[in-house]
Design a protein around this ligand. Structure first.
Ligand code: GUN
Length: 288
């Protein structure tokens, strides 16, 4: 009989993080401080993005953050979107600006991302914030990678000295996660679409983070026994259920720790957005 992995409980840790943010904001506002404000911009009608944006707005209510949502039609032009960002950049009651990605194909995501003022860039996607993370002087840090580090720490797992393998090199998750892990002292390998022998790398991981969004991209047999497994991929199966990139039951028979999907990294991303919005308004909040 093999042992079963322990669960990295993202829901529980995210709830604690949101409570901590909420307490910091309440004590700040009760002392006469300004309530942090987050603008959430959604262009078009992508169903998954609608769900993510609703979750973020609901989390704002719990955290005591004033949210302002801007839902724009799919035919919105680049100029219209940039004009809204310029307006939000200048709005004093807005501390954080989030433009939900992906944008409809006719819009230029890079230009939009770089139009957001770096000190309001609560997604941490602006070149300034990614650069600061790379230079070991983090400013506003991308939510999913920061959330993964918080989740590990909350379970007593310190990546320092571990061999961490990140599968997926996207700008939103894989790349900044590799920078976070490097900053935390892990020896970090990044695998991507041109990696020749994925199994060779995953089987050597002590900490394996998979962020591709393709179920089965990493076979559960390619995980070494005792590994810490963080499944960041998310996709919907034909019956509508959410799935990660790994086959959970099989992976859990080999791993020491594993994130479930749903209930692992997803809630951490949303809670970290609340933490980043508090930070953008001048409040430093860390989970003890
Ligand atoms: N699309 C998928 N993940 C994210 C995220 O963390 N932030 C934004 N803005 N869009 C996303």
């Amino acid at each position: 009989m093999s042992e079963q992995a322990r669960i990295l409980d993202g829901r529980k840790v995210a709830d604690r993080l949101i409570d901590t943010v909420s307490q910091a904001i309440e004590s700040h506002t009760s002392g006469g401080g300004h309530r942090p404000g987050l603008a959430v911009v959604l262009v078009g009608t992508d169903a998954a993005s609608e769900v993510y944006v609703s979750n973020k707005i609901r989390a704002c209510e719990r955290a005591g953050i004033a949210s302002r949502s801007h839902r724009l039609p799919p035919e919105t032009t680049q100029e219209e979107l940039l004009a809204l960002i310029d307006h939000l950049n200048e709005s004093e009651d807005i501390n954080g600006i989030l433009v939900q990605l992906p944008l409809p194909g006719h819009l230029d995501e890079t230009e939009v991302t770089h139009r957001i003022r770096p000190d309001k860039d609560v997604d941490g996607f602006h070149a300034t914030n990614v650069g600061l993370l790379a230079l070991r002087e983090p400013g506003l840090r991308p939510c999913t990678p920061r959330g993964v580090l918080t989740l590990l720490k909350a379970h007593g797992i310190d990546p320092k000295g571990m061999h961490a393998v990140v599968v997926g090199a996207s700008n939103i998750v894989g790349r900044p996660l590799s920078l976070e892990l490097l900053l935390a002292g892990a020896t970090t390998t990044v695998c991507h679409r041109f990696t020749r022998d994925l199994e060779l790398h995953t089987s050597r991981a002590e900490l394996l983070c998979v962020a591709v969004g393709k179920p089965g991209i990493v076979n559960a047999d390619w995980i070494s026994r005792g590994c810490v497994v963080v499944d960041i991929g998310i996709s919907r199966s034909s019956d509508g259920r959410l799935r990660g990139d790994l086959e959970f039951e099989q992976a859990a028979r080999r791993a020491a720790w594993i994130t479930p999907v749903p209930g692992g990294v997803g809630p951490m991303t949303v809670a970290t957005l609340m933490q980043n919005t508090a930070q953008a308004s001048g409040l430093t909040v860390e989970l003890e």
